[in-house]
Write a protein that binds this ligand. Sequence first.
Ligand code: GLU
Length: 498
Amino acid sequence: MEVGLDSSIPVRVRFAPSPTGRMHLGSARTALYDYLLARRTGGKFILRIEDTDRKRFVEGAEQELIDGLRWLGLEYDEGPDIGGPYGPYRQTERQEIYRKWADELIERGHAFYCFCSPDRLERVRQEQLKNKQPVRYDGTCRALEPEEARRRVRAGEKHVIRFKMPYEGETRAYDVMRGEIIWQNRDLDDAILLKSDGLPTYHLAAMADDYEMRITHVIRGSEWLSTFPLHVNLIRALGWPEPVWMHLSVFLKPSGKGKMSKREAAAALNDGYSIFIKDLRDLGYIPEGVLNWIVLMGWGVAEDDVMTLDEMIQRFDIKNLNPAPAAINFSKLDHFNGTHIRRLAVEDLAGRIKPYFERAGYRVDEAKLLRIVPLIRERLVTLDDCLPFAEWFFKENVSPAPEALVAKGLTPAESAAVARKMYNILSALPEITHAAAEPPLRALVEQLGLSPSQVFGILRVAVTGQTVSPPLFESMELLPRHTILQRLQNAIVMLEQM
Ligand code: GLU
């Protein structure tokens, strides 16, 4: 069976996160592939919140997911906050739907009431482990007469509803990325569909919603492969149309050995990296860079393909998705982020870095910022790099370390003498432009028999307060003449006092 993508048929895909934690790379990639598939085919991208696991519910998680999608630019067409024709889009608001389908499964003989206590189930489990048998429900309540079971339910006895997995034969299902998968039914469990609190498990809720919401393609993590046969059996028991399935690869830690632990994720943050979308935003990554990084983790195109979201839509094809685990590589994130920063229009980048200067307490002159951007953008890996590179443009005074003012191979007094000569040259100029300042200073370098880096190094540190800066002459043009002269004068005094 060949199931591919006919891009003329609009898909309906859903991103169905559980609000149980933070939005990480894995969820962002699933959402991105959903989005690309929807946009590529002119279909619909739906956000559904799977919040039936109340024990793991995390307050604020849904908002972080929504904010993350918005920040990445993955606009959805239907969702809990915007509604849509198949709402509500939060599972706790859809309970009667799951109850209806659970009853229907019982009716058709594909599910049964189970009254076993957690204690009993635990004893069965221990027994099976001891006897080296597969751990699965032992069928006790499956053997009850339906009438008897119904009577106990009516009498208010605590119960769950389990799926009645066929005991014999095999289950076959098809995953676009992995091909056909075959399971022996005797290895499969009678999973719980409806819990004793009346809430559904993922198995029932997700399948029922995918059906009710007319989902055509399911993209989800490979952690669902083990219960995949349950899901197809459930769908088939109800005669629902089967979606096209894709189980995405897992992410491995940078070493490629195993998944990233909580501790390792925290350590990454110390180095300025994160696997969480909100952190990446706070660390100064831009959505374009993050998306480009994520999209290639599991998509078999050239490793170094620089693409915008629109270009991804043009090129996306599920046939190229790759089931091999992908190791997280943060230096690629830096690479893509820097590349996309350089591709931004000057005004756009200026608008994105302006808040960094403002938060640092500077009043930002827009016209000046627009002239600074071309001088620094080559060097920015993250947006917050703008501060170390360009903060000095906005400072009233700079305070260089005195030792940094001393040129390599010269004494402080000799450096002061060089600085004084530069001062004389610059103060004779009516305006300190690049064109006016560079030739006489280069002539000075020649005349002193020193290297440009010795001489201009002093000037750089004096004017910018730091040893690394954007191109010096272009940068000086953006400072008032008196500021340059004043800073050079201060440097001379500092050098003379050393
Ligand atoms: N709520 C599930 C999860 O967070 C969704 C899996 C799916 O997309 O079906 O993993």
